[in-house]
Design a protein around this ligand. Structure first.
Ligand code: PNS
Length: 169
């Protein structure tokens, strides 16, 4: 096959999904690495109506856009429903996930196998940079809420947003 259709089908796409409430340096490391491996990387921010986050979905997306601005092949979108449907709609064959520790593995393996069984989408695990192996958005929020220093764990834009939000109470 020749022409734009065949060229289009050769674009290597992947998705980095998550809640990103808020994005941390650990997430950013995985996204940056995925952006070097794939032509297009979607950051998919899950809308979970049953769980109110610290940041609204639009705020999370805006923060992710700011901190990934230097990666020209990264785009950020919200999604609800199944991740495999998000992938199918955009012709994305691969999900990229960071693995922090063995404790992440059980659940991630279950999701990877379920997703693969549903549509054939593959999951690629990337070992987290050891600097961030303990890091999660929940811990960042907890430490920041009690006045702890998280400036080395999140991008500057996120730190500012966190401080503003927590100052409001
Ligand atoms: O940052 P998180 O909260 O650990 O991300 C979890 C996420 C969004 C990757 C996962 O919950 C997910 O894929 N949710 C979408 C709903 C779905 O597809 N569920 C079936 C998973 S097998």
């Amino acid at each position: 096959m020749t022409g734009p259709e065949s060229e289009g089908s050769q674009v290597r796409r992947a998705v980095c999904p998550g809640s990103f409430d808020p994005i941390t340096n650990g997430h950013l490391d995985i996204i940056a690495r995925a952006s070097r491996l794939y032509d297009e990387v979607y950051v998919a921010v899950m809308i979970n109506k049953s769980k109110k986050g610290l940041f609204e979905i639009e705020e999370r997306i805006e923060l992710i856009r700011q901190v990934t601005a230097e990666y020209a092949n990264v785009r950020v979108e919200a999604f609800h429903g199944l991740l495999v449907d998000f992938c199918k709609q955009r012709d994305i064959p691969a999900i990229v996930k960071g693995l922090r520790a063995v404790s992440d593995f059980d659940y991630e393996l279950q999701m990877a196998q379920m997703n693969n069984g549903l549509t054939g989408v593959e999951t690629l695990f990337v070992p987290t940079n050891p600097t961030y192996s303990f890091l999660s958005s929940s811990l960042v929020k907890e430490v920041a809420a009690w006045g702890g220093d998280v400036s080395h764990l999140v991008p500057a834009e996120v730190l500012e947003a966190l401080n503003k939000r927590l100052a409001k109470g």
